[in-house]
Write a protein that binds this ligand. Structure first.
Ligand SMILES: *Cc1c(COP(=O)(O)O)cnc(C)c1O
Length: 448
């Protein structure tokens, strides 16, 4: 089918996620037919750098021989069987591999299909854990401002992005919110030490005053992604671990975005040698190939669910496609590639390249703040650098930048006024330079 026909049918039949479909009827959009390494190729053969890893999930590129083969091989055996009452080799092998690379002390893997579900499961686990430990009052969750943990109602309850969440408010359960250490817009100034101290004080205050009712503190460690790439100061997550221990609450890390190498280590938790009680992983788990998620728990959490059949301490959760064998096969191949290609070692000079080149972006009149953790980057655009005055939503500044980037051959996806770069870990230094050139020029032109 021709590109125009495809676009017409798409406009007629499809409803896209996080998309104003009214705009969609008149906007140009690429129809992606193929992928090749770090490139996406559209129906007319145009090539685009995949600048956000197909929404933060691609790791080794597209059409990776080893992952393609692993999925095909699994397809030759079985595409799917239930995980309720049965098991299969790929899920077993993957669970063993995940425990081997996870923060020390996480010992159990619970599979599901998406990041939202992995978080939903973490919530339910934490809640049920306290009930089965005979501590029923502990049922509240503490979240960070601006948090994003997915789109299902439980995950949205933990979310703090007004734009996404406000409308559903009557459906959501109550949470306790603490500020995120957003240096650039911290109310009392941007001194890093002060932001750190004050944000951690706020965390302690909420825990101290409410710990008898708190089940868990939930956070994206090191970098809040969808919040607009808000990074945390060194020591923030280890202090969160100390405080949650001190106040007898669980710590849940949502590593859906930060997991599988994005921050420069396999998991963000590793940077400060922190082990959460529960860890949610998804996006990069299959190398960006297939939907699969995993919620990892400590033995202590797991043991609270053991009992006689008729005691109903069972964890009553399980999606139809949980632990899908094709997805597990892709995930195993993904993890093997991390070893074989020394992906994390190879990534370090690329992280330095990003850091070095991003400094130049401060020359651009619109660039207010640049935040980077590993290969996760957010460039916050402002109308006025001095006053930090923000753009109006209707100015669509982020959209203007990515439209220009698309014309120049890179696919990006902004978060409001924040331009995000999250290249596949396999992106070469040459490709990174090109991606940065395109981004720089696009921001420059969007100012005009
Ligand atoms: C993307 C994301 C989710 C949701 O994952 P889905 O697979 O889209 O449901 C949850 N938490 C974080 C931190 C994310 O970045």
């Amino acid at each position: 089918m021709q590109k125009n026909q495809l676009m017409a049918k798409d406009r007629k039949y499809v409803w896209h996620p996080f998309t104003q479909m009214k705009d969609w009827q008149t906007e140009e959009f690429p129809v992606i037919e193929k992928g090749e390494g770090c490139y996406l190729i559209d129906a007319e053969g145009r090539r685009y750098l995949d600048g956000v890893s197909s929404l933060w999930c691609n790791v080794h590129g597209h059409r990776v021989k080893e992952i393609d083969q692993a999925v095909r091989k699994q397809l030759g055996k079985i595409a799917h069987c239930t995980f309720l009452g049965l098991t299969h080799p790929a899920a077993i092998e993957l669970a063993e591999k995940l425990i081997a690379i996870a923060p020390k002390g996480l010992t159990r893997v619970f599979y599901s299909d998406s990041g939202s579900e992995a978080v939903e499961i973490a919530l339910k686990m934490a809640y049920q854990y306290w009930r089965q430990r005979g501590n029923a009052p502990k049922k509240k969750f503490v979240k960070l401002a601006n948090a994003y943990h997915g789109d299902t109602i439980g995950a949205v309850s933990l979310g703090g992005i007004g734009l996404f969440h406000q409308i559903y408010k009557p459906l959501l359960f109550e949470t306790l919110e603490i500020p995120s250490p957003y240096r650039y817009r911290w109310p009392t100034g941007s001194d890093p030490a002060q932001v750190k101290a004050e944000s951690l004080e706020a965390m302690e205050k909420v825990l101290r005053e409410n710990h008898e009712e708190i089940a868990a503190l939930v956070m994206e460690p090191l970098m809040q992604g969808a919040a607009g790439m808000i990074d945390q100061p060194r020591g923030y997550i280890s202090r969160a671990r100390e405080l949650t221990r001190k106040y007898n609450t669980l710590l849940i890390f949502d590593e859906v975005a930060t997991g599988f190498g994005r921050t420069g280590a396999m998991f963000a938790a590793e940077h400060e040698r922190v082990t959460p009680d529960i860890l949610a992983a998804a996006k990069g788990l299959t190398g960006g190939y297939l939907p699969l998620a995993a919620t990892l728990a400590t033995e202590e959490i797991y043991e609270a669910f053991l009992g006689e059949y008729e005691d109903f301490r069972t964890f009553f959760h399980g999606h139809t496609y949980a632990a899908n064998p094709l997805a597990c096969a892709a995930a195993i191949a993904n993890l093997k590639l991390f070893e074989k290609q020394k992906t994390l070692e190879q990534l370090q000079p690329k992280i330095r390249l990003l850091r070095k080149r991003l400094k130049d972006f401060y020359r651009l009149p619109l660039v207010g703040d640049i935040r980077q953790v590993g290969a996760m980057v957010g460039i916050e655009l402002v109308r006025d650098k001095k006053t930090k005055e923000a753009f109006e939503p209707k100015e669509k500044i982020g959209v203007r930048v990515i439209e220009r980037a698309r014309q120049k051959g890179a696919i990006l996806r902004p978060l409001g006024p924040v331009v995000v770069l999250m290249p596949p870990l396999a992106m070469t230094e040459r490709q990174l330079h090109k991606l940065l050139d395109i981004t720089y020029e696009s921001i420059e032109e969007a100012a005009q």
